[in-house]
Design a protein around this ligand. Sequence first.
Ligand SMILES: [Zn+2]
Length: 654
Amino acid sequence: MIDYRCPTPAEIERAQAETLAVAERLVGEIVSVPDGERTYWNTLYRLEDVADLLMQAQGRYGFMFHVAEDPAVRAAAERLREALDKYNNELGFREDLYQAVVAYAATPEARALTGERARLLERVLRDYRRNGFGLPPEQRARVKALKERLVELELAFQKNIEEYEDAILVPREHLAGLPESYIQRLRTEERDGRLLYRVSLDYPEFYPFMDAAESEELRRELLVKFYRRGGRANVAILEEAIAVRDELARLLGYQSWAAYMLEIRMARTPEAVQRFLEDLRARMAPRLRQDLEELTQAKRAHIGRPDANLELWDWRFYHHRIRKERYAVDEFEVAKYFPLDAVLEGLFFVYQTLFGVRFEPVAPANAWHPDVRLFRVVDAQDGEERAFFYMDLFPRPGKYSHAAAFTLRGGRRLVDGSYQQPVSAIVANFTKPTPTQPSLLRHAEVETLFHEFGHILHQTLTQAECLRFAGSRTERDFVEAPSQMLEHWVWLPEVLGRFSRHVETGEPLPEALLQAMVASRLLHIGVLTCRQIYFAMLDLAYHGPGAPKDTTAIARALHPITGFPLPEDTYWHAGFGHLFGYDAGYYGYLWSEVYADDMFTRFEEAGPLNPAVGLEFRRTVLERGGAIDGAELVRAFLGREPDLGAFLRHKGIA
Ligand SMILES: [Zn+2]
């Protein structure tokens, strides 16, 4: 039975103690095997057992940190996460375990390994090298201490972001430009007999406000608050982390943290990433100039001041406005074609058709919250149950505030030959339906859903033998490619025609409106892409050689890449969660888009609902996970070397 009901804090504490005890017992078994008797099954496979045990406990209990309503549960889950991460980190430094693996690696059996098992051994040994095995003991101890410190810093950084709250309080008349449905959902407060509306930094409140609020002063005020998310404390945490990473990299013989991190990625070196970003920036420069000029003119015309400057808090507003005027595309109007139920129906239709699977609802869901639904993934060909996923789509206090796909249980081939069924969860924050108002998704949210669901497919359709390579456990700069490829589907008339459904009339999205949306997709692509280039270059600069670094000065110095100065007295990077977990990795979004767009060409040729190509994608990319290098997967699926052509075409600069 799949059971992810919300545990009590006491249950989490018990699970933490039990998990650590069982892990310790398994490790004891591994190290106590006499060297002459070492095999794949009693050494490497057992190591995977330990990883599996820890991962499942994280999925069952640690995950509650992101989704539980009760703060006491979240606190217990957080303690479990920290304890298991710490234990896992320590395992990577254990001399006895290392000696066990080295002894196994020396056996004839190990030398004869092929395929995934050979890759697993190579990766485990690589981890040890990257953890400082081979260094003198005192340096290795330092590596361990620094890695432990990083775990603490990451948790503190993310917690500061998740718990950060700020808002502006405004009277009704200052909400001009915003649609009624948006205003009605805002919380209100009474101050001195006046009713004030509270606009918070939560994405569903922040972004529509920046898009549509007429008041420049309030947009500025809200953006400045948004650019302080995480708080000053996070700047200090980040700077310590950067110094720790730099010291670690140098101890391990690398020039920089970026060099250390990129060694195991598709890109391989910081230089390759820098070249890619600079090349893209140069190609985008004329577009950025055009965009800024156009947006500036729009502002001057709108407010009737021919000398007005375009500011950072303006571009979304004028982008939205021009889009609406030129293409008659109003996101809130478009959203009326995307009631959540219709979107989910369409999403299921597309993915079931393409990938040869069925998603069947399971009741009871045994989930952590009554809003959450459970589905079973069934292979359409053999009718076999393959995996499960949860859908947790609506915001709640204390819940993870972005959209993401979490692996709760990874896939792997077990010793008895059976396949461990993966369990995943898609967590998002779409507007919750009310009895009078259905949940309407903005088109960007429909795209997000298709994207995150791509991760769910990657995680649940995996056929990797080893947990180490299961599902989305590929190179970090490749992992987004399948999901990014699947975003293309929400831009295709033959797909949208099937599931868009106007909430009042039931009509599908008109072809002309979709064409306008497609055309408007390239609107201000220069501004949009240069922001991504900025984030990537900032991350790379933070993780280049040398420390300490003044992160605020660097953020400010590079910010002109976006076409705007950074507002005074802000520290946007304090809320840049990717700097932990995606450190020296943000470029991966743009990088993997190259492969996503290239892989999409096969569907452009064969048709977006072509089940043969879909199944081929499932078999050659999704099912393989990290068992094969990303570059090889792409070559196998394309039948040729990948290139930049499709990517540049989709950015409008072919
Ligand atoms: Zn993603």
